[in-house]
Design a protein around this ligand. Structure first.
Ligand SMILES: Cc1cc2nc3c(=O)[nH]c(=O)nc-3n(C[C@H](O)[C@H](O)[C@H](O)COP(=O)(O)OP(=O)(O)OC[C@H]3O[C@@H](n4cnc5c(N)ncnc54)[C@H](O)[C@@H]3O)c2cc1C
Length: 629
């Protein structure tokens, strides 16, 4: 452990410098020793870099090469006769970002959209300007490229509920084949499971590094009576070592999984650094006809013959729709945008999984993950030469499991997810998280600085089915300005109730024999602004949540899917935008309710499913005239 007197501003600056140097050393070493990971020849190339021009028109234009968009572009371009253009605002994936523990390097850089919510006194009081930080990938592969990759599909009942809301074709029985279709399960013992697929594009593996502290956490979990099981299988009640979309231990984004293998298809063009401004919809026929985007300083109008599929994510898909004249009519008129159809609740129904985190327990034994033991040169050498070691894990999410709160709908429909983390906000001494989460100095210095670099654990204990609903609106007609985001967290009292219950979980864990053995102790430093309240009382926990809550950045719902009878629906159950021909949305924004898990795997499923729907609708489901894969 580093002595307290050393924990000063210069130390943080030096460590930051070390972090940056480490990044560049790693990048250089990977080019030298791991050309297989760099994969220079296998990567997707921008059409202009290949010396090609945009065609006169395309059958399909997919907006956003993100988690769902890459799947759609692959599946549609399977049909040889279809010309497909995939437009992405970001650039290619980085080399260092392939290393799981380096996922944070995608954040707060040009590969991150770096959204901020609008200030609200009800939350994020400990964050600069009172605005929560929202992350989302602006890079090939989208958020799949910056995510922690943990594969959790959600509860069967989530999808059955979607169906009950009038979304035919979206029950669990309907979606399971699509989860399996995309999957290449590589974990022994799960390959034969009826819940998993093999041979698909996305490889699933266990992470190659779990911190020694995780053994104690799992022993504690068993003491608390939880079962260890595959939470993507028959039942979700229980815990498991996280597994994710990994290939040979490294990141497997949807760009790596779905685009790289098909990069040479002659009917698929990929255009990077192409920021889509709007879709031009004919005001008379209400048909999508052109996509307008800006690439490297030039504005392009490219025509589409069949359909535009917007897969730009939960913030940007509604932004593009509104800029195209599809959305709440009054709001659009205020900004001088002519609404092409009368009214649609684009941008409403915003949901997010938020977590009680930041409640830290220190341990006496050196078994946790601190900055210096995971960013080590021995870790670098293990990664380079053996594809293992500390850099091959994601300490924030070594274990994952579910719990039902006292107000959950049913015991087999948990409403809380816990990530087990053998690290916490203090363990890297303010070098990474303080900066990335934009903690105010006063908050960080009061709560975490006194225990900086001490081995610790915490859980991210998250509300899975929020009842509060937020919304977003355009800030301006300028497509480069981020929309105004109002998450309205914890406006429903049940959300506070569940989160307070969730926040108690790590305390229970700390009292198990396994954790007491290594001296687990609650951080005695109370949250700023909550000092007057009794430590760990309900009031204290609510106050701590309003000071700092962690978003899992698994937003959903802003282009809600629903039947024609649903006044809030933006797309129908075949993901077609109501009132417009040739326009669909396919990404996390279509989820009517957020699911009890992660949003990454469901977005792949959504991409698979909409592709089949499009093929059905255009009578092109004949693989004899297709590229298969
Ligand atoms: C740091 C982080 C960690 C996460 N970890 C997990 C996890 O471990 N497990 C899990 O299940 N979920 C996780 N998530 C959430 C999950 O990854 C996302 O919800 C999911 O990937 C979203 O997929 P999508 O297809 O909706 O959008 P995205 O993958 O975000 O794709 C949208 C794409 O559209 C592009 N785009 C946007 N606007 C435009 C425009 N105007 N023009 C052109 N292109 C545009 C974007 O650049 C992006 O590539 C995480 C999220 C974050 C931020």
């Amino acid at each position: 452990m580093i002595p307290a007197w050393l924990v000063t501003v210069p130390t943080t600056a030096l460590l930051f410098l070390f972090y940056v140097t480490f990044y560049h050393d790693m990048e250089f070493a990977m080019w030298m020793y791991r050309p297989d990971i760099v994969d220079a020849n296998g990567r997707v190339r921008d059409l202009q870099e290949l010396g090609r021009h945009f065609r006169d028109g395309y059958d399909f234009i997919v907006v956003g090469a993100g988690t769902a968009g890459c799947v759609v572009a692959n599946r549609l371009s399977e049909v040889k006769g279809w010309k497909v253009l995939l437009l992405e605002a970001g650039r290619d994936e980085t080399v260092v970002g392939e290393v799981p523990a380096m996922m944070t390097t995608y954040q707060t850089t040009t590969t991150d959209w770096m959204y901020k919510t609008e200030p609200d006194p009800g939350y994020c009081r400990g964050i600069d300007d009172g605005r929560c930080i929202w992350r989302s990938g602006k890079v090939l592969g989208g958020t799949s490229t910056m995510s922690a990759m943990v594969y959790t599909r959600g509860n069967k009942r989530d999808y059955d509920k979607w169906k009950c809301m009038g979304n035919d074709g979206w029950s669990y029985k309907d979606v399971l084949p699509y989860f399996k279709k995309s999957e290449d399960m590589r974990i022994d013992g799960l390959r034969d499971s009826p819940y998993h697929g093999i041979g698909g594009y996305v490889t699933l593996e266990e992470y190659r590094y779990y911190s020694p502290l995780i053994k104690y956490l799992f022993k504690g979990i068993e003491e608390l009576g939880y079962t260890l099981r595959d939470i993507n299988g028959e039942s979700q009640n229980g815990f498991m070592h996280s597994y994710g979309t990994l290939r040979n231990g490294f990141r497997c984004s949807t760009a790596k999984a779905f685009l790289r293998p098909v990069r040479d298809r002659p009917n698929l063009d990929v255009s990077l650094e192409s920021h889509v401004e709007s879709v031009i919809i004919d005001p008379l026929s209400k048909t999508a006809g052109e996509v307008v985007f800006v690439k490297r300083g030039y504005r392009y109008h490219v025509s589409v013959h069949k359909e535009v599929i917007i897969s730009a994510g939960v913030i940007n898909s509604p932004q593009i729709l509104m800029l195209s004249g599809v959305g709440p009519a009054k709001h659009l008129k205020e900004l001088g945008i002519y609404p092409v159809i009368s009214d649609l609740k684009v941008g409403d129904n915003l949901q997010d999984n938020i977590c009680a985190s930041g409640i830290v327990y220190t341990v006496d034994a050196p078994v946790g993950t601190t900055l210096l033991n995971f960013l080590s040169f021995s870790g670098l050498s293990d990664m380079l030469f053996n594809s293992n070691g500390t850099l091959m894990g994601i300490p924030a999410a070594h274990g994952v499991g579910f719990q039902s709160s006292s107000i959950a709908d049913s015991p087999d429909y948990p409403d809380i997810k816990h990530y087990l983390a053998p690290m916490a906000e203090n363990t890297e001494g303010g070098v990474i998280f303080k900066y990335m989460n934009r903690f105010t100095d006063s908050f960080y210095n009061k709560v975490y600085k006194p225990i900086a670099f001490k081995d610790s654990f915490m859980t991210w204990s998250c509300l899975m089915r929020p009842k509060s609903r937020g919304y977003l609106r355009l800030r301006s007609r300028n497509s480069t300005l981020h929309p105004m985001i109002y998450p309205k967290y914890m406006t429903h009292p049940d959300d506070v109730k569940v989160l307070v219950e969730a926040a108690r979980f790590s305390g229970k864990l700390s009292k198990t024999f396994a954790l007491r053995k290594i001296g687990a102790k609650l951080n005695p430093n109370k949250f700023l602004g909550c000092e007057h309240l009794e430590m760990m009382s309900d009031e204290y926990l609510e106050c701590s949540l309003r000071t700092y809550l962690m978003s899992l950045w698994q937003f959903a719902g802003t282009c809600k899917m629903g039947p024609a009878t649903d006044p809030d629906a933006v797309v129908d159950p075949r993901l077609r935008v109501y009132g417009v021909r040739g326009l669909r949305v396919a990404d996390a924004s279509i989820m009517p309710n957020i699911i009890t898990g992660g949003t990454y795997a469901p977005c792949i499923m959504i991409g698979e499913k909409v592709s089949d729907m499009i093929k059905d609708d255009w009578h092109q489901h004949f693989y004899n005239q297709s590229f298969s894969g």
